[in-house]
Write a protein that binds this ligand. Sequence first.
Ligand SMILES: NC(=O)c1ccc[n+]([C@@H]2O[C@H](COP(=O)([O-])OP(=O)(O)OC[C@H]3O[C@@H](n4cnc5c(N)ncnc54)[C@H](O)[C@@H]3O)[C@@H](O)[C@H]2O)c1
Ligand SMILES: O=c1ccn([C@@H]2O[C@H](COP(=O)(O)OP(=O)(O)O[C@H]3O[C@H](CO)[C@@H](O)[C@H](O)[C@H]3O)[C@@H](O)[C@H]2O)c(=O)[nH]1
Length: 351
Amino acid sequence: MKMEGKLVLVTGGAGFIGTHTVVQLLKEGFRVSIIDNFDNSVEEALDRVKEVVGPALAAKIEFHFVDLRNKDDLEKVFAKSKFDGVIHFAGRKAVGESVEYPRRYFDNNLIGTINLYEVMAKYNCKKMVFSSSSTVYGQPEKIPCVEDTELKAMNPYGRTKLFLEEIARDISQAESDWQIILLRYFNPVAAHESGKIGEDPKGIPNNLMPYIQQVAVGRLPELNVYGHDYPTRDGTAIRDYIHVMDLADGHIAALKKLFTPDFKGCVPYNLGTGRGTSVLEMVAAFEKASGKKIPMKLCPRRAGDATAVYAAVDKAAKELGWKAKHGIEEMCRDQWNWASKNPWGYQGKKA
Ligand SMILES: NC(=O)c1ccc[n+]([C@@H]2O[C@H](COP(=O)([O-])OP(=O)(O)OC[C@H]3O[C@@H](n4cnc5c(N)ncnc54)[C@H](O)[C@@H]3O)[C@@H](O)[C@H]2O)c1
Ligand SMILES: O=c1ccn([C@@H]2O[C@H](COP(=O)(O)OP(=O)(O)O[C@H]3O[C@H](CO)[C@@H](O)[C@H](O)[C@H]3O)[C@@H](O)[C@H]2O)c(=O)[nH]1
């Protein structure tokens, strides 16, 4: 299907998954309009996206410094351009922070998204790809997680994703002209093969791969391994890590699906590989890819962590024609390529 010239609004387009998806959208022929407030990103990330795609495609990007919670500013963006669809990444995503400051999460994730739906409705733009998360499966009783199992939130961040899924379902039930795809990401890692864009968390990373990366470049002394007494093959917890470029391609597949005449309503899809990897296996793969030793300390379990989580991948394969292509070795290779070229992230080491 020809996507040439279609205009997509990407909220949170300066962030980790947003930057990688913008690269793939441009390559696919879309024009891209980005909204971001740099709450958890920097302008440099967008300059790097332009470097990666080159000047011809870079000319197809426009950027709006807008906070989704400001409905008037959001309206101005919609008043200027007619969008063919929206990919909605913008939001806060740190589980621990959400437990400490729940209102921050309800304010940003809920109000921002509700504003977005209101303005989309007003400007008759009713195709949406929404960033959901495997967090909506809670502590899954059955793995692999299939899309139609009962959903459960374990913390305020997860609750915002669950509420936003429910809101999407309610809207599409009441108004049949909406077309919404909910993408439930498993554990996004790695970086673009150029090493020019990647994940650059502020402060001490919460997630495994950015933490390992910072140990490898000498920013942190050792990795705390949270839990070594799980009933798994090596005692550490198992997750479904997915290369961010596969994830980006999953968004293209979802967007294309929204443009097919037969697509109706609001449909969830898992984006994962279907394969589980333990913490120790991930560390070993990263050590091999980087040639760096990652010192480790075995620590008690982290509160709220599940033993093993991985995706059922059949629905996305069958209905979106999408499948993850990269394995753990390639994920670690590309993570290290980004880390070694940008040991202190986009802005370098602060004096
Ligand atoms: N990375 C993961 O592990 C993961 C897993 C599952 C789901 N998700 C979801 O995917 C989405 C993208 O995640 P990411 O890893 O790229 O995060 P990220 O923090 O790197 O990117 C989010 C972007 O949204 C922007 N933003 C936040 N609030 C905003 C607002 N009110 N107005 C405008 N811009 C705003 C931030 O500045 C940032 O650039 C999020 O919704 C997240 O919850 C991420
Ligand atoms: O310093 C660390 C960080 C993590 N882990 C372990 O590594 C595994 C993966 O942890 P992490 O990378 O934090 O991912 P998850 O806990 O699976 O959660 C992430 O992935 C989910 C699915 O996408 C999202 O919903 C969450 O927001 C996001 O934090 C878990 O067993 C952790 O206990 C460590 O041992 N040491």
